[in-house]
Write a new protein. Sequence first.
Length: 290
Amino acid sequence: MNTNERLYRRRALKNAVAMFLSCGATAFGLLWLAWILLTTVINGFQALNLRLFTQMTPPPGTEGGLANAFYGSALMSGIALLIGTPIGLMAGIWLAEFARHSRLGTTVRFINDILLSAPSIVLGLFVYTAVILPLNQLSHHQLGFSAIAGALALALLVIPVVVRTTDEMLQLQPSTLREAALALGVPQWKLTLQIVLRAAKAGVVTGILLALARITGETAPLLFTAFGNQFWSSNLLKPIASVPVVIFQYAMSPFDDWHSLAWAGALVLTLFVLVLSLISRLILLRNRSH
């Protein structure tokens, strides 16, 4: 056996070992994921019924649903998107089109990456100390937790996601697109909004959907801001129920009927995030096909 054959066999053996370890690690991770999903589906499907979407959270020992929690989560998530999406879009456009290679742009990207990876409970505590406590001191009475405070905490989670995806999607657009538009005398603002942003709209919309998927299941920031409410509430200045907080509270309780509702809520949230992920994939695939 010559030197080349020994070298080839050694490399082939290393490649086989690396492939085996990689496949084993992948299978190990997918095993736990499949176990979690299967447990959620089995326990949650047993508790799915019409009451889950039509009745409010019940006291122990009675039948009920999560209608007020679904409404509260949808309300706070919608407000968070209304607050965070425009800010994230404008910041992402500025980074990609006006501060791509500047020191200030690099600093802003670094800070945005820190916010992107920051624990959500830290943002909840920030909103509690920066918004709720000062308002209580100024008004000389206890305002308490509120839906708007929960939406602000979720908006802080939306902004870095939208900023990152918008910045990257705009930078992926070819420079020839900008040069051609500028050569034709197109103003910079029209080039950015009507040409570059339109070309990157699939990726930008995907980033917004991913931000929505992230805030849908967040519990920690809502514990310090929206807190919770057993009844139906539409007042933005009052505590409001949310599905993640209800799941957390019911899962920690000793009551079996609350456990069933927690599993059902977890299943609905999982399916919602799955649908958002599939929609994001379909948008990207459709954009690539065109």
